[in-house]
Design a protein around this ligand. Structure first.
Ligand code: UTP
Length: 297
């Protein structure tokens, strides 16, 4: 089987309850870090990794996401008339070639594994990426690109992994490692949201995956796991011990959990401080409020 990865699934059908009431009408993936929605960061990362087909698993109330990738002729015309060529360029990165993007519905939020399974007919018999747009990763070389390069050597299934403090392991899928080769680790087990004392390591799975089509077959037979949801990690774990091996990849970069309020706020500050047009004002403001905070204590 070819190891070239050209398709990516973006599961965005979750309820986004941690951001209510905003997510009552705004999809979480459209919320912005500075001036770009979360989904734009994910698409840029996918493009850098050579992805050509973008499959969104959506649900009710996500139409803003579909509109975001459409052409906006009136807006473009107006920008052209006003000579705002820079803004026109910015808009170009949001346009998708016809046929490159597909939307599949997940009718009930039955879990991440179920959302991926909903896209099975568009994947066929080839490896594919899964990207969760609420995990935003700042990296010199985009995370999925790092993984695609490592995957060309390993094949099998690959999940992005990062070290987490023991008290946080219960929020993640955690890897049981059989061989640690530095960036790449071989995996002999995966536990979804283990209790602190049951976590087999401190290596947690985060929202980037390159998966073999066998995972879709495993999902065909899946029943719900932790939290009553159909878990993607359980379906990947079923490949362990078969000829389709499972690897963890310690990516280089900083991951922000933009599915949580604290993570989202941290990412907002970090991305704003990385911008030439915002850095000075924002860092001055942050210093000022830090001093006021200290004085008040
Ligand atoms: P989360 O666990 O962050 O859930 O899902 P959520 O619904 O987005 O947010 P909260 O916890 O209610 O605040 C991780 C990813 O999996 C997708 C979500 O859209 C998100 O990208 N997902 C989750 C689905 O597409 N379908 C599901 O049934 C569950």
């Amino acid at each position: 089987m070819s190891k070239k990865v050209t398709k990516a699934i973006f599961p965005v059908a979750g309820l986004g309850t941690r951001f209510l009431p905003a997510t009552k009408s705004v999809p979480k993936e459209i919320m912005t870090l500075v001036d770009r929605p979360l989904v734009q960061y994910a698409i840029d990362e996918a493009r850098a990794a050579g992805i050509k087909e973008f499959i969104f698993v959506t649900s009710r109330g996500k139409s803003a996401l579909e509109d975001y990738f459409d052409q906006a002729p009136l807006l473009e015309q107006e920008l052209r008339r006003k000579g705002k060529t820079e803004m026109l360029e910015v808009l170009k990165s949001t346009n998708m070639e016809s046929g490159a993007i597909a939307y599949i519905r997940q009718h009930r939020a039955l879990g991440l594994g179920h959302a991926v399974w909903c896209a099975r007919r568009l994947i066929g018999n080839e490896p594919f990426a899964v990207m969760l747009p609420d995990d935003v990763i700042a990296a010199e070389k985009p995370c999925l690109q790092q993984m695609v390069e490592a995957y060309a050597e390993t094949g099998g299934n690959m999940v992005a992994a990062m070290e987490v403090p023991p008290e946080q392991a219960s929020s993640y899928g955690v890897l049981d490692v059989s061989e640690d080769r530095g960036a790449i680790v071989s995996v002999k087990g995966m536990v979804e949201k283990p209790k602190r004392e049951d976590a087999p390591s401190n290596l947690a799975v985060i929202g980037r995956y390159i998966l073999a089509p066998s995972v879709l077959n495993n999902l065909n037979r899946m029943k719900s796991g932790a939290g009553g949801e159909i878990q993607l990690t359980d379906a990947i774990a079923q490949d362990i011990g078969t000829k389709t091996k499972v690897y963890g990849y310690r990516f280089r970069g900083q991951r922000f959990d933009c599915g949580s309020k604290a993570g989202f706020l941290q990412a907002t500050v970090a991305f704003a401080l990385a911008r030439d047009d915002l850095r000075d004002d924002l860092s001055r403001y942050l210093t000022e409020i830090a001093q006021l905070d200290k004085a008040a204590q």
